[in-house]
Design a protein around this ligand. Sequence first.
Ligand SMILES: Nc1nc2c(ncn2[C@@H]2O[C@H](COP(=O)(O)OP(=O)(O)O)[C@@H](O)[C@H]2O)c(=O)[nH]1
Ligand SMILES: [Mg+2]
Length: 315
Amino acid sequence: MNISVVIPLLNEQDSLKELYDWIAKVMQSNHFSYEVIFIDDGSTDASWNVISQLSNQNNQVKGIKFLKNFGKSQALHAGFEKAQGDVVITMDADLQDSPDEIPELYSMIVNEGFDLVSGWKKKRYDSIISKNLPSKLFNWAARKTSGVKLHDFNCGLKAYRLEVVKNIDVNGEMHRYIPVLSKNAGFSKISEKEVVHQARKYGETKFGMDRFINGFLDLITIWFLSRFGKRPMHLFGTLGVIMFIIGFGFALYLGIDKLFLNTSGRLITQRPQFYIALSTMIIGTQFFVAGFLGEIILRSKPDRKRYSIKEELNF
Ligand SMILES: Nc1nc2c(ncn2[C@@H]2O[C@H](COP(=O)(O)OP(=O)(O)O)[C@@H](O)[C@H]2O)c(=O)[nH]1
Ligand SMILES: [Mg+2]
């Protein structure tokens, strides 16, 4: 099979039929063999009915229905597990992403050898204040911390080599950082393609301002996990040692000063250096303990997947 289209959705009953017809038209005119996997993430409207109807009429249409809303990342994960096409395309269900981009994306993966191609909504049809500006800031921060040079990390329209989706673990709200996950998993031929973006036709957006706070917190997590996730002691130990040395230096100075140099001076507890020494030594020790705990947790958790095999011969 050439292409799997993975579509996570929440309450998009009005768009689904139109979207499928459009995808089918593009696939047929390019002679692709394909499947479309809809993941209904606990919709409360008629989305699932529409999906079941579509799947009765066309056996390329596959549906996964979640028991309740688990979030876009979980939906993508479920779709990725099932996908079989050589190239996996993800897109939003709200008709903001155009299926006409599929052939070009497919060719960038198959002919130009990219692992992942992300859509770039250069011209965006969303509100300026709540979407466009925060999104610029967000993408800038993501570029800086991850080293992946993309303009638009969170574009729903992306294409992947099948191997990539089988080897990344999208969870929590990490769907915003799939290019970073992919890079960390060893798939670093990442590119982008400018895509046409349309204003939302039906329904309304499900992601408000709160996504930026969550998004930035996730960014810090992913930065930490990718740099120190396998060696927490290197971060915490370094900080701890630095803090402890500073504190110990002050304590030593105070002691020598009081015992030998200036025995009739102020009480040690009346001097500001005493408090600096006290707090930095305590914080330093705590960093150290955090580092040790991190290492212990790392070793005790059953490592679900420590390495992934790319190829096997003569089996
Ligand atoms: N699986 C799943 N999909 C969601 C959820 N929230 C939104 N979506 C889908 O994600 C896509 C993008 O959402 P949208 O609300 O259009 O976000 P926007 O384009 O950033 O305004 C659409 O296909 C939605 O149906 C969710 O909680 N779970
Ligand atoms: Mg949208």
